[in-house]
Design a protein around this ligand. Structure first.
Ligand SMILES: [Zn+2]
Ligand SMILES: [Zn+2]
Length: 111
């Protein structure tokens, strides 16, 4: 499963509407790249995506990050720690990617 190609339709993690957009849980140039590497991504419909990017306060944004990381089955503090390292730990990347992709698959909409 290649999450970067827009070949899947998902259910929005927030409202269930159908979408092709994957939102990177940590964003801003460097963090966004890391999010993709770690498959820290969740499907969001356009409405939820705009709402969260444009209207969420810093505190609300953090709460969403925590909620989604826990939804992916990951430990929020452990993930935050990795995000702060100058270089990602290879074993961590390998372990987390597979698990996250397996979880994200649960939101794929099958025609
Ligand atoms: Zn939505
Ligand atoms: Zn986004």
């Amino acid at each position: 499963m290649n999450l970067r190609k827009k070949e899947y339709t998902y259910h929005c993690i927030e409202c269930g509407r159908l979408t092709k957009t994957l939102h990177e849980i940590f964003y801003g140039t460097a963090d966004r790249k890391r999010s993709i590497e770690l498959a820290l991504q969740v499907p969001l419909c356009d409405e939820c995506h705009t709402r969260i990017h444009c209207h969420a306060t810093k505190g609300e944004g953090k709460a969403f990050q925590k909620k989604w990381i826990e939804w992916l089955g990951q430990d929020y503090e452990a993930v935050k720690h990795q995000m702060q390292l100058s270089k990602l730990n290879h074993n961590f990347v390998v372990g987390i990617r597979k698990k996250n992709i397996d979880k994200i698959k649960n939101l794929v909409y099958i025609l």
